[in-house]
Ligand binder design. Structure first.
Ligand code: SAH
Length: 506
């Protein structure tokens, strides 16, 4: 008998990717087929297996859209092919999500299923707008309502009389198109015209918007503000909210578009940090990291590690590239047993810890020059043999300092940064139109690669602000004639974001 599949009806959460449950994320990672709604954040699919079949089933009106029957069919067919299927739905899978039909179809076809709850939009939108749905002072009950049925006068299940007198908070899903009818029906049935209403659009995203007005004026306010779906309508005293509690939108970086200009891995890391602070990351790949660990020099250096007194790593990239090559040669961290290790910065030391190595010297410094100075102060380097394992593009300051201190230095390149293919036209247009708030630069090689695509004049002539992680990237920007608005006092990615926040919070 053919293998029978299994289906998981998974809630993707309200928007922001990391608001999915651990179980949901784990199932996305292992699924063989993922059937995705329009409202589920596409970023979640980055977790999927590279061989997973991904089927988008938007239910909007027009071409390329799917009916519920078609979706049910695909779901059942994929499971019957023997696949582990994840049906990924926005928010909670069953909250206004046609879950009943999908589950019944699976049941009839004899396919097993599991429902994985998600955070529904109403809960997240209220909390991300500082609105407490069950504030005990005035809302001991909450109703979740579909706004779709406001239209169908005959077959509606909505009892407007009950809703108009509901002693708590009403939350309407799918109600932007019928907002006028909702307001009319509530008022016609006795809800006071001054009842507070809040609309929360794009909840939990850096593009979140909140519009407030009394019930009688909400339609006009919303059309003036050009609110577009997805949005929720919150009605009742709770909707008034407390501006002091609007934590999400009050973050200094909320809604700010910040461009990361590093290699793909570095950009992804920076993007996560920007999202954490409420900003909108734009990832622009300037360079990719190319290992140089197949060179004879690298192999010679490996064989000679035990002859050295100190080995110095200056970046997490270097550590990753080194251990990758080491593993391929069938060796491991034990080759460092007899030498001392120093790192540039705590992050590089943390990367070493992943391979079971605790560095002997980790000063809290951010440039090669400072590291050299501190190492000289820490120990006598005269006649000491030092192996530098770092980027081919790193500056000469560190080896020169060490040589001056009497050390014997071997500077072995582990990797280089090569310019990426990315086209700068789209970003250039966004910069010119004022859609970008900040450009961030974390290395001279990304400065060079960035301005090879987008001319310095474009940046200088626009509103966009330019942040540099430290003096080395700053000098490169100066050299190209780029206006630098900020050089981070602490030369780390977090230090740079702190400094941007400082300026935005003014
Ligand atoms: N199952 C989903 C709801 C599906 S109905 C859930 O549990 O959230 C679709 C409606 O959800 C939209 O019309 C809108 O009212 C609401 N919605 C979904 N995501 C939203 C978001 N990020 N911001 C505001 N409203 C959202």
């Amino acid at each position: 008998m053919a293998k029978k599949g299994f289906a998981y009806l998974v809630g993707a959460g309200p928007g922001r990717a990391d608001l999915i449950t651990l179980r949901g994320a784990e199932l996305i990672r292992s699924a063989e087929c993922i059937i995705v709604d329009k409202l589920a954040n596409p970023a979640l699919l980055e977790m999927a297996r590279s061989d997973a079949e991904i089927i988008n089933v938007p239910k909007r009106i027009g071409p390329g859209s799917f009916t519920q029957d078609q979706i049910n069919r695909i779901l059942v067919d994929k499971a019957l092919e023997g696949k582990i299927v994840v049906r990924l739905k926005g928010g909670d899978p069953c909250m206004f999500g046609r879950c009943t039909e999908e589950a019944m179809m699976l049941n009839e076809a004899g396919v097993g299923f599991e429902i994985v709850p998600g955070i529904t939009a109403a809960i997240a939108a209220a909390e991300y707008a500082g609105i407490m749905l069950t504030d005990r002072r005035y809302s001991s009950q909450v109703a979740f309502i579909t706004g779709r049925e406001a239209e169908g006068k005959e077959d509606t299940n909505l009892d407007w009389n009950v809703l108009a007198h509901f002693p708590g908070t009403l939350v309407f899903y799918m109600g932007i198109g019928t907002l006028g009818l909702i307001a009319e029906n509530l008022m016609a049935n006795g809800m006071p015209a001054e009842t507070p209403v809040a609309l929360v659009a794009n909840a939990t995203f850096p593009t979140q918007r909140v519009v407030r007005a009394p019930l009688s004026g909400i339609v006009q306010t919303c059309s003036r503000a050009r609110i577009e779906p997805p949005a929720l309508i919150i009605v009742g005293p709770a909707a008034e909210g407390d501006t002091e509690l609007n934590w999400f939108m009050q973050q200094p970086l909320f809604g700010k578009s910040i461009v990361a200009t590093r290699d793909p891995k570095g950009n992804a890391e920076l993007a996560r940090k920007i999202v954490d602070r409420g900003g909108r990351p734009v990832e622009f790949t300037t360079v990719t990291i190319k290992p140089q660990t197949e060179s004879n020099e690298f192999l010679k250096a490996l064989a000679a590690i035990t002859d050295h007194d100190w080995v110095i790593f200056t970046s997490p990239n270097g550590v990753a590239v080194f251990f990758d090559a080491l593993g391929k040669l069938g060796k491991d961290a034990r080759i460092f047993a007899a030498v001392k290790l120093a790192t540039l910065g705590v992050k590089t030391a943390k990367s070493l810890e992943r391979y079971g190595i605790r560095a002997d010297f980790v000063p809290t410094v951010f440039t090669g020059q400072e590291l050299g100075r501190q190492l000289m102060a820490h120990t006598n380097l005269r006649d000491k043999k030092i192996l530098l394992l770092r980027s081919e593009l790193a500056s000469n300051e560190l080896p020169e300092l060490l040589l001056k201190a009497g050390a014997k230095v071997w500077d072995v390149p582990l990797y280089t940064a090569v310019e990426a293919e990315e086209d700068g036209r789209e970003l250039s247009e966004q910069i010119q139109s004022g859609a970008i708030d900040w450009l961030t630069f974390a290395s001279p090689s990304s400065v060079r690669a960035f301005f090879a695509r987008i001319p310095p004049e474009t940046v200088n002539a626009s509103q966009v602000r330019v942040a540099s992680i430290g003096p080395v990237s700053g000098a490169e920007l100066d050299k190209l004639g780029v206006r630098v608005d900020l050089e981070a006092p602490e030369h780390t990615v977090d230090g740079m974001l702190d400094a941007i926040e400082g300026i935005e919070a003014r």
